[in-house]
Ligand binder design. Structure first.
Ligand SMILES: O=C(O)[C@H]1NCC[C@@H]1O
Length: 145
């Protein structure tokens, strides 16, 4: 639970896929990921990033260099499996917006969905960028920990 200025207490997931990201449905921040202005999505995502950074310490088991939040990914909330792509926007680093669904972000989201029992091993899921419509697919292939 993160206290997000302007939005109150919001449940946020944090997952790692080569970098750490916070994940939250845009709807929980009062935004429709498909129709909202990119500026508004960036502002909301950045507010989440700053709130998580201020309220949580991120740990990485092997590398202190990787122990930081790289950004926030706003989603359409469709984490339960469907064949249709689930849409997201990745706002990372210094308020940069990825034109793709984000390799490390998709990897982190797959790990999160697998962890929640929403994806099975070798079940391919598709992810779409809300800004460009580009699609990545990915799947969890084995557990490491
Ligand atoms: O797709 C990726 O993982 C990279 N693109 C933006 C955020 C990461 O650096």
């Amino acid at each position: 639970m993160v206290d997000v200025p302007g939005h109150g207490k919001v449940v946020v997931d944090i997952a790692y896929g080569g970098a750490f990201y916070a994940f939250v449905s845009a709807e929980k921040l009062g935004l429709d990921i498909c129709s909202a202005k990119t500026r508004d999505l960036v502002d909301a995502a950045s507010t989440v990033t700053e709130a998580v950074k201020a309220q949580f310490k991120i740990n990485h088991p092997d590398s202190e260099d990787l122990a930081f939040l790289y950004g926030t990914i706003l989603t359409d909330g469709k984490d339960a499996y469907t064949k249709e792509p689930t849409t997201n926007i990745c706002v990372f680093a210094d308020e940069q917006v990825d034109r793709s669904p984000t390799g490390s972000g998709v990897t982190a989201r797959i790990a999160l969905q697998y962890h929640k029992g929403l994806l099975e091993l070798n079940q391919t899921r598709a992810f779409k960028s809300s800004t460009t419509g580009s699609v990545f697919t990915g799947k969890a292939v084995r557990e490491l920990l």
